[in-house]
Design a protein around this ligand. Structure first.
Ligand code: CDP
Length: 244
């Protein structure tokens, strides 16, 4: 997270590099049932991010020694396509994708009624086709829609957003330039209704006041994003009825 002082990320009118106001989200679109072979799937476009999610299961966990006799295990795999970033991403898992897979798995596990499926495994494949900052949150937000579309019993949808510090100001939903050259990046996800925090990470430094402002901006935004998730799921059911 470099901070070259010659890069101006907020102009004299208070607008950001992509013309947004500090609390404005990038455009978000979510579509369900985009893959035929998956039990559930979702595709999200969030700003320049394009991410596909496929859900399989619950199905018997394999190999057997990985089974938990009390609950299903949730295995999310976050992967960036080689062509998803400016410089070709070397295929295969790296430290970053292993970390992101872990935090996403834990966040989803908090939402899924895992105790209903002992010895089972739920696989969630998150494929980033185009990356533009905020992919872990966009992937997680789409994954919870894909799980719901698969009919996996859940307490709640997981919804998230990032906020960060750019040119000394707290702003919502960082784009790539802001992520690269800003001073802090705070991805966070909650259970939509209860507000329980299921993912929070921070890169860079914020004061306590800045942290409070960032988290309250995120919480505000999750209401709008959750609405988009629910509309995507309603769209699914309308389409299904229409097809009968
Ligand atoms: O994507 P997210 O913000 O959750 O994670 P990050 O590690 O903060 O990465 C921020 C952004 O850096 C990604 O969304 C990509 O746009 C970019 N990136 C990249 O260009 N090449 C990589 N190998 C990893 C990330």
């Amino acid at each position: 997270m470099g901070t070259p002082s010659d890069i101006k990320l907020i102009d004299e009118n208070g607008l950001r590099v992509d013309g947004r106001t500090p609390e404005q989200l990038r455009p978000i679109k979510i579509q369900t049932d985009v893959l035929n072979r998956a039990d559930g799937s979702a595709y999200i476009e969030w700003g320049g991010n394009k991410i596909m999610v496929a859900v399989y299961g619950p199905r018997e966990a394999y190999p057997r020694h990985t089974q938990d006799i009390e609950r299903a295990i949730v295995k999310a795999r976050y992967n960036m396509a080689a062509f998803s970033v400016d410089e070709r991403k070397k295929p295969g898992p790296d430290r970053r994708s292993v970390e992101i897979s872990k935090v996403i798995s834990e966040a989803l596990q908090a939402a899924i009624l895992v105790e209903q499926f002992p010895r089972a495994q739920i696989d969630v494949f998150i494929e980033v086709l185009q990356a533009d900052a905020g992919t872990r949150i966009a992937g997680l937000t789409a994954a919870s829609v894909a799980l719901a579309a698969a009919g996996v019993p859940m307490r709640d949808l997981v919804v998230g957003c990032t906020a960060g510090k750019v040119d000394g100001q707290i702003v919502l939903d960082l784009c790539r330039e802001e992520d690269n050259f800003g001073q802090a990046d705070l991805p966070m996800a909650i259970l939509a209704r209860s507000g329980k925090v299921v993912l929070i990470q921070m890169d860079g430094d914020l004061t306590t006041e800045e942290f409070d402002r960032a988290t309250s901006m995120i919480l505000n935004a999750t209401k709008r994003i959750n609405q988009i998730q629910r509309e995507a799921l309603q769209g699914k059911y309308i389409a299904e009825q229409g097809g009968e």
